[in-house]
Design a protein around this ligand. Structure first.
Ligand code: AFP
Length: 335
């Protein structure tokens, strides 16, 4: 049996030996996110007993009906990050505005977070996730300013996701590749199980909500025709895998290759997904794993956020698959 004893904290310290100050901060902030993920993992598994399934009865800032677990997840991350003392504010899918946390001088970071990605899956025992990105504050002003909050994804110091599936797995990057940590429930600790996650250059699966297909750009409808037809080389058709939780679909692409896309459609000019706490963190992760993420036209990490709940069209996954998607979108097919 492999010896799985490296904790998330050990790993972060090892990766940032040259900058002990940064290592200490990352250890605390990522440790807080891991602590909230432990709480949430247990809450999700016990939700049928504790009355936490179902709707909460209100909507979030982007008009989604909130689940009870959305609110519980948000409060878990808020409590954990507030206790770190290092986070000035969080931008959360479940909060209308940026929520102020630490006020002291040490509160030098901003966290963007989707506490419970894929919450339509909670009542059907499907996979859900958490997505996060970490930025250093830019302004020294007492209150976080829009310069602190509205960022380009390329400025992230760290990003990652937690997948609550048959096991609970935290994958993250601090700009030196991507590693995965599985929650050892006996020890109550995330332990290194995937030293290096590398996204294969090409896969054989795609993830998208084909219910929206008729509203997509005709070039993308052609792309789906292309993916689903047989080719003599045997690389197509691609298999469809769509779970309703971006984290679960992206994790499949990181392990097996392939792509996820949520384009603009006739009713939603910017698609559905949110730049700051869904697309930008996952784009940082996938690029660090050798993959690619874009709006179809522009690299996600180059997009300057204009508002905290901004939406963008999104494609992410294996580099060759994403490039081909971009070519179809632009020209209607490969050159
Ligand atoms: P929530 O985080 O609001 O639950 O949304 C999930 C999600 O952002 C992403 O994880 C899914 O892939 C996508 O939305 C599903 O959207 P559709 O239901 O429109 O396919």
């Amino acid at each position: 049996m492999p010896d799985r004893t490296t904790t998330l904290a050990d790993h972060v310290r090892g990766r940032h030996r040259d900058d002990p100050g940064l290592a200490a901060d990352l250890e605390i902030v990522l440790g807080a996110i891991a602590a909230s993920a432990r709480t949430l993992s247990r809450a999700i598994r016990r939700a049928a007993f504790t009355g936490e399934l179902g709707l909460a009865g209100n909507e979030n800032a982007t008009g989604d009906a909130q689940k009870k677990l959305d609110l519980l997840a948000n409060e878990a991350v808020v409590a954990a990050l507030a206790s770190s003392g290092l986070v000035a504010a969080i931008v959360s899918e479940e909060e209308d505005t940026a929520r102020r946390l630490g006020t002291g001088k040490g509160a030098r970071y901003i966290v963007c977070i989707d506490p419970l990605d894929g919450s339509s899956n909670t009542d059907v025992d499907g996979c859900v996730g958490t997505i996060f990105g970490l930025y250093r504050r830019l302004d020294g002003a007492p209150e976080p300013t829009s310069r602190d909050l509205l960022r380009r994804g390329s400025e992230q110091l760290a990003a990652g996701y937690v997948l609550y599936g048959p096991s609970t797995l935290l994958a993250c990057t601090t700009g030196q590749g991507v590693s995965g940590f599985t929650l050892d429930e006996d020890r109550g600790e995330f332990l290194l199980t995937h030293e290096t996650l590398r996204c294969p250059p090409r896969g054989r699966c795609y993830s998208a909500n084909l219910g929206n297909l008729k509203g997509w750009h005709p070039h993308l409808r052609k792309y789906v025709d292309y993916l689903t037809e047989k080719d003599p080389g045997g690389r197509r058709p691609y298999s469809l895998r769509y779970t309703g939780a971006l984290v679960a679909d992206l994790h499949r692409s990181l392990i097996d290759g392939g792509l996820y896309f949520y384009p603009a459609d006739s009713a939603h000019a910017s698609g559905k997904l949110r730049l700051m706490y869904e697309c930008a963190p996952l784009a940082f992760v996938v690029e660090q794993a050798g993959g690619r993420a874009s709006t179809g036209m522009e690299r996600i990490l180059d997009v300057q956020a204009g508002s905290i709940h901004q939406r963008v069209p999104f494609v992410i996954g294996s580099v060759e698959d994403v490039i081909l998607y971009e070519r179809f979108l632009k020209d209607g097919g490969p050159a």
